[in-house]
Design a protein around this ligand. Structure first.
Ligand code: SF4
Ligand code: SF4
Length: 416
């Protein structure tokens, strides 16, 4: 933990009302300011206790505090460094170690995720039993989406009009396996807007889950591999449609800072979120009317970590007939936060319930989000509230439906 970054905090407390764990529990040590105080204690020689590790583990890494902080405290860097310290120094309970080993042996590997299709279906039926075995297993069963048939994307989707850019598309692990229709829609939208879309077939995990969990060496390995993959693809920009992946890829130069050659290659890799890229490119494809009411959910790793808030809203508002509604408390995390809803299921459920209430209050036909984790978390929370299935779609799917003149009633159907 960098003492300089810790000293930047002037303890003003402006970040407290935006911190989901402080909002839930009102405990100073579960606020950004409290956690920075604990980091300072550890740097000054206090050994890492179970209680300290618990306060760090309870942090969602949502970065709402980074947005709120007037002093520019780099809490994002601080918590990443702290998580690595926790991984090195804290001895977890055997059951926690087993669940973590399972998650990190599974989620960053697409083939293994693919093999989970059948167990996931069974797991949903066995949710109560799994919950009794371990709350994290129960959470995994509850969150499991209805996985559509795999979609095979070609290595190159050509621009459907005069070419304006050549981009790479990160397909992602969870996005690629559980939400393949989002990648297909993304490629179509980009092609219709005049992009050649290169989709390297052998791409692996971008390292987001590892990075956000303090597994530094693993994160660096995934980062190097992703950089090399897109260098070979010869693209100008890598477009990412999953908020957590995009924010990690934008951090590659910092992740690889100890290795100047790789850090330089990371800086040369231009990464853009889909909405951010389309806003920069400007629209040329005709938007057809889409009479639908949409509530837009800000994924934390898009809004707080990447500062992308206006672009998706502008893209949606530009669709004729679409009515955009805001969700109250949009800056507060839904509780998904990468693996948080698996490792901290109780807190995640509290936040999910809070978010579900506000999403339903918006009274929209469709919830739109740009992160697969948020989609699964909010859909599960709405189900838990006894409100049935909520229709959820990615910004790319809504745009795709408008560009192709599809029936908006089809959006977000049959997720489960
Ligand atoms: S990252 Fe989110 S949960 Fe963690 S301290 Fe900041 S606001 Fe709170
Ligand atoms: S992190 Fe920023 S907003 Fe929060 S107490 Fe420190 S200086 Fe104030």
């Amino acid at each position: 933990m960098d003492p300089e970054l810790i000293r930047d905090c002037v303890h003003c407390g402006f970040c407290l009302p935006t911190c989901p764990t402080y909002v839930l529990w009102g405990e100073e040590m579960d606020s950004p300011r409290g956690r920075i105080h604990l980091m300072g204690q550890h740097v000054e020689g206090t050994p890492l206790t179970d209680a300290m590790a618990g306060h760090f583990d309870a942090c969602l890494g949502c970065m709402a505090c980074v947005t709120a902080c007037p002093s520019g405290v780099r809490y994002d860097r601080l918590i990443e460094q702290t998580r690595a310290v926790v991984e090195r120094e804290h001895v977890r309970r055997p059951d926690e170690r087993a669940i973590r080993a399972l998650v990190f042996a599974l989620f960053p590997y697409r083939r293994r995720l693919r093999a989970m299709r059948l167990p996931m279906r069974l797991g949903r039926r066995l949710r109560r039993f799994l919950e009794e075995v371990h709350p994290s297993l129960g959470a995994m069963a509850e969150l499991a989406p209805d996985v559509p048939r795999p979609v095979r994307l070609p290595p190159l989707v050509r621009a459907r009009r005069r070419r304006r850019a050549r981009v790479g598309l990160l397909t992602g692990c969870v996005q690629g396996e559980f939400f393949p229709q989002v990648n297909a829609a993304t490629a179509r939208v980009l092609a219709l807007e005049g992009c050649d879309v290169v989709i390297p077939p052998g791409q692996g995990c971008c390292g987001a889950l590892s990075l956000h969990s303090g597994r530094e060496a693993e994160a660096r390995r995934f980062a190097r591999r992703t950089i090399a993959t897109f260098e070979r693809a010869g693209v100008e920009t890598v477009v990412v449609n999953a908020a957590g992946c995009g924010s990690s890829m934008k951090d590659y130069a910092e992740v690889l800072a100890d290795d100047p050659a790789w850090a330089a290659r990371a800086r040369a890799l231009r990464t853009r979120d889909l909405a951010e890229f389309l806003a920069e490119l400007g629209p040329v494809a005709e938007r057809r009317p889409l009479p639908v009411t949409v509530a837009y959910h800000d994924a934390c790793h898009l809004a707080h970590a990447q500062g992308v808030r206006a672009q998706p809203r502008e893209l949606l508002r530009a669709i004729p007939g679409l009515e955009l509604r805001e969700i109250e408390e949009s800056a507060i995390c839904c509780g998904s936060a990468g693996t948080y809803n698996i490792f901290q299921p109780e807190a995640a459920r509290e936040l999910g319930d809070r978010k579900a209430e506000r999403v339903l209050a918006a009274g929209a036909d469709l919830l739109v989000s740009a992160n697969p984790g948020c989609t699964m978390q909010i859909a599960a929370s709405v189900r838990r509230a006894g409100k049935g299935e909520i229709r959820v779609a990615h910004t790319a799917e809504v745009l795709d439906a408008s560009l192709r003149g599809l029936d908006p009633g089809m959006l977000g159907r049959s997720r489960r």
